[in-house]
Design a protein around this ligand. Structure first.
Ligand code: PMP
Length: 442
């Protein structure tokens, strides 16, 4: 399947040879790499994208989950077209800013907002705000989770580690070079879905005079397949963090606006002190957001914390975000996501049963995946146990060769858009079925 795909990617290969002369690896970000060369895109429209070789794909990757509006959405296009002649950047506030903030407050129940340019900036600033609010330096995160590419959170994300320690003392493992040794001890990883381990670790940190400022977490993990919270877990996390004076941050960069209109916060009914958002918020333009309670965000309003950025609240991005929230991500959009996601999950489950495949399908709202695990995944350890990475890779190749584009990793593999339809879902299911058939026939 790999050779078959590469044979269709001749122009991409030519571009790669040209691009790598002056662009590291021929790409703008290492997220865009593919072995043996990247696929260069020509254009997208609705639920589809076309590469430079003219290959057509249903896009289930959707720009790592940002394009829930579909490519070239007319409402987003109109908002950008109307904004452009009036000027694209001033570093001054405009009406769209507070309209978007109001809308986010209604959806997430948090009263105060600031905007950033990306998810990484949102989590970086949220952590600083939590540190300032609590006057503490240490932070906690879930082992395996990804929260962006800044130093504080590039610790103990998904990787191939020999030894991660035991659940009460998970190791602090920097991901990649360049993270200062002095910063590593400040980030303390704990297992997902284990409130007892969380509280035990907090107690120990308090005894060592290292009480944490915040716990940053996805309420539903989105990078180790999709892992929802076990019943009662988030409620316990909320109670424990409150009791110990720790700021609870739900990182909704992936979940916000995709798994439901009010993200994981509303879906699971537990309100954190802060949320961070990006991706699906702004119709494919770069933007992030931080929401918080009046108390926590008071350190921003007082000027104690410097929360800034030349392009933060960029008029084009915020105009797109406003159109996205008001006109695209309507209640009907979420009904459509539910319909399509159920069709996909049911179709994939049928294939799994028919071919007696190890794994299951899981999803919420616009997001879902098939995970090739023989058992239910509840945390990093269960995610790593018995994962069939060979099947993941094969699944991606089968899909790409049949005009279906997925995310490459072992994370959530599909994001739906309002432009997707039953035919797109069936193409996905059929590609998966062909792979299951061929693998089991061998
Ligand atoms: N938080 C989470 C949960 C993410 O999934 C990501 C990106 N995949 C980020 C933060 C960082 O966002 P960005 O890539 O926009 O910096």
């Amino acid at each position: 399947e790999g050779e078959k795909l590469n044979a269709k990617l001749g122009k991409s290969r030519e571009m790669y040879n040209e691009a790598r002369k002056h662009l590291c690896n021929g790409v703008a970000s290492s997220y865009q790499l593919r072995d043996p060369w990247p696929i260069y895109v020509d254009h997208g429209s609705g639920s589809k994208l076309w590469d430079v070789d003219g290959n057509e794909y249903y896009d289930f990757h959707n720009g790592y989950g940002a394009m829930v509006q579909g490519h070239g959405n007319p409402e987003i296009g109109k908002a950008i077209a109307e904004r452009f002649p009036k000027g694209t950047h001033f570093a001054l506030p405009d009406e769209d800013d507070f309209v978007v903030a109001d809308e986010l407050t209604q959806r997430f129940g948090l009263p105060k907002w600031r905007f950033t340019n990306s998810g990484s900036e949102a989590t970086m600033d949220a952590i600083r705000i939590a540190r300032a609010y609590t006057h503490r330096d240490h932070i906690m995160k879930i082992f395996g989770s990804y929260h962006g590419h800044h130093d504080a959170v590039m610790i103990s994300i998904v990787g191939d580690y020999e030894n991660i320690g035991d659940k009460n003392h998970l190791k602090k493992i920097p991901y990649g070079a360049g993270i200062p040794k002095s910063l590593i001890p400040l980030t303390v990883p704990v297992p997902f879905n284990d409130a007892d381990a969380l509280e035990a670790r907090i107690r120990e940190m308090e005894t060592d005079d290292e009480a944490p400022a915040c716990l940053i977490m996805e309420a539903c993990l989105m990078n180790m397949s999709i892992v929802p919270p076990e019943p009662g877990y988030l409620e316990k996390v909320r109670e424990i963090t409150k009791r110990h004076g720790i700021v609870l941050i739900f990182d909704e960069v992936k979940t916000g606006l995709t798994i439901g209109p009010g993200g994981a916060t509303k879906l699971f009914g537990v309100t954190p002190d802060m949320v961070t958002m990006a991706k699906a918020i702004s119709g494919g333009l770069p933007m992030g957001a931080i929401g918080g309670t009046d108390e926590v965000m008071s350190v921003v309003e007082s000027g104690e914390v410097y929360q800034v950025g030349t392009y933060s609240g960029n008029p084009l991005c915020v105009a797109a975000a406003r159109a996205n929230l008001e006109k695209v991500l309507t209640p009907e959009a979420y009904k459509l996501f539910d319909h399509l996601n159920n069709r996909l999950m049911e179709g994939c489950t049928e294939v799994i049963k028919k071919y007696d495949f190890p794994g299951y399908s899981i999803g919420f709202g616009a997001k879902g995946c098939v995970t090739f695990s023989p058992h239910k995944i509840i945390d990093y350890v269960t995610f790593k146990q018995g994962q069939r990475t060979d099947l993941n890779q094969l699944c991606w190749l089968y899909a790409a060769n049949r005009g279906v584009f997925m995310t490459p990793g072992r994370e959530e593999e599909w994001t739906l858009s309002v432009a997707h339809d039953d035919a797109a879902c069936d193409a996905y299911i059929n590609a998966f079925a062909e792979m299951a058939h061929d693998v089991t026939a061998e």
